[in-house]
Design a protein around this ligand. Structure first.
Ligand SMILES: [Mg+2]
Length: 258
């Protein structure tokens, strides 16, 4: 079935790479798919990097040629504007998150002025403080909607290590505020649709490949894409349309020589 597909959209963390290390066979399989003329795009829930930063990391780790990379930061500022018009946004997250909010025409609200916030944007925050957690939760409890790139619980690293993911911080804010977040990235449909549009392909001819059942497989299925679960440790065969243990297996099933 994979050999008939015209394109592949790849998740990155835990799929193409773990931290700073490509997974075995990833570079070879991606190059073989490219040589075979299959469309390739990358779709990551990263809340701290934009598509260009992600593309630079792909090149640095040896994936060439680099292809489009989409992150929730591409659209987060627009989503806020479409839903709530120009907003006063309290940002709890990386400088890149604040930058995209500001570039979309919103005003950034300082921690001390949290009562003025009409929206709370929460991303993975490597400089998390109890003060920021407190004001974000208070603003959300006072009625400012919480918008986030993703609710992934972990950021996978090398050798099975992980960092607490964006979802862990979003949960802290939302549990304290008693609210639910609005998710911009996977598994919600917009980024999947953007990836397909960039490839110029329809959902049924493009596979979503990733390591997460809840974000990659569920999100791909929701827009009508065939799904591939990358599971080196194995997984139940019904976890996705296709379960592969390696990139070599993926290349074989896709009918390309890696
Ligand atoms: Mg992943």
């Amino acid at each position: 079935m994979l050999d008939a597909l015209r394109g592949f959209v790849f998740d990155l963390d835990g799929c193409v790479w773990q931290g700073e290390r490509l997974n075995p066979g990833a570079a070879e399989t991606l190059a073989a798919l490219h040589r075979a003329g299959r469309g390739i795009a990358y779709l990551t829930n990263n809340s701290r990097a934009r598509g260009a930063d992600v593309g630079a990391k792909l090149r640095r780790l040896g994936v060439t040629p680099s292809e489009p990379a989409l992150t929730p930061l591409e659209i987060l500022g627009d989503v806020v504007r479409e839903r709530w018009s120009r907003s006063r946004v309290l940002v709890m997250g990386a400088p890149e998150l604040a930058a995209v909010v500001r570039e979309a025409g919103h005003a950034l609200v300082d921690v001390k002025a949290w009562r003025e916030a009409t929206v709370v944007a929460v991303g993975n925050d490597f400089d998390l403080t109890y003060e920021r957690l407190t004001v974000a939760a208070r603003a959300a409890a006072a009625g400012a909607p919480v918008v986030t790139p993703n609710v992934d619980p972990r950021l996978p690293l090398e050798d099975g290590d992980f960092l607490p993911g964006c979802g862990a911080i979003v949960a802290a804010v939302c549990v304290a505020a008693g609210v639910q977040p609005i998710v911009v990235g996977k598994p919600e449909p917009p980024l999947f649709r953007m990836a397909l549009a960039r490839l110029g392909l329809r959902p049924h001819e493009t596979a979503m490949v990733g390591d997460s059942v809840t974000s990659d497989v569920a999100g791909g299925r929701a827009v009508g894409m065939p799904t591939v679960l990358y599971a080196p440790e194995g997984a139940p065969p019904d976890a996705a349309d296709v379960v592969v243990r390696s990139f070599a297996e993926l290349a074989r099933l896709a009918g390309v020589a890696a």
